[in-house]
Design a protein around this ligand. Sequence first.
Ligand SMILES: CC(C)(COP(=O)(O)OP(=O)(O)OC[C@H]1O[C@@H](n2cnc3c(N)ncnc32)[C@H](O)[C@@H]1OP(=O)(O)O)[C@@H](O)C(=O)NCCC(=O)NCCS
Length: 180
Amino acid sequence: MIIQTKNNRSVLLRKLIPDDFDKLTEYLEHLSPETKSRFGPHPFDKDSIVGFYENSDKNIGYVVQESETKEIIAYSIIRLGYLEHDAPRLQSNGLTPDHKTDCTFAPSVADEWQSMGIGNHLFQFILSELKANGIGRIILWGGVQCSNEKAVNFYKKNGFKTLGQYEYHGWNFDMVLEIG
Ligand SMILES: CC(C)(COP(=O)(O)OP(=O)(O)OC[C@H]1O[C@@H](n2cnc3c(N)ncnc32)[C@H](O)[C@@H]1OP(=O)(O)O)[C@@H](O)C(=O)NCCC(=O)NCCS
């Protein structure tokens, strides 16, 4: 799917494929230290990326590619099901996780492309696929740092509700979106 960003650039939204792994490694390496500190579902070297996708068919990547340069400018992950190590914490906040109907979400946008509508567009693109595949709820991957105002606003804007908060390297919100 092709969309226009707020700065009138044409970009392509699609699923990640193995041919993207080199470009994705470059994308991740070039994120700023701040963005790297906010987004980290897997290590950023190519071997780790290959392992992440080859060792689990539950991990689905999505990318946004600039139409002219073909550069990757955003990357999000959906894990089908929930993260086992997050389950006790989610349960203590009243949520009963379900591997069949839950998924786990981690988004990122390149620093120079943030706040241009790309995160919202990519999320809506992913959401329509999840709905078509019977997913009923989206859980944040490890929550979101309370200090990450941009991301907290982004999740609220897209209808996520706060389930609770927990302390790990500072305070984090667990947030979920019911889509069923
Ligand atoms: C969080 C993130 C994915 C949002 O994507 P984005 O493309 O920057 O966001 P968008 O331009 O689509 O804006 C979506 C919403 O986010 C919020 N937002 C975006 N930029 C913002 C800013 N500078 N300040 C405050 N809120 C902001 C707004 O609510 C906005 O909705 P609106 O434009 O309708 O008001 C992106 O900024 C990012 O990758 N940040 C660093 C990594 C990260 O924090 N990942 C999440 C880890 S939990």
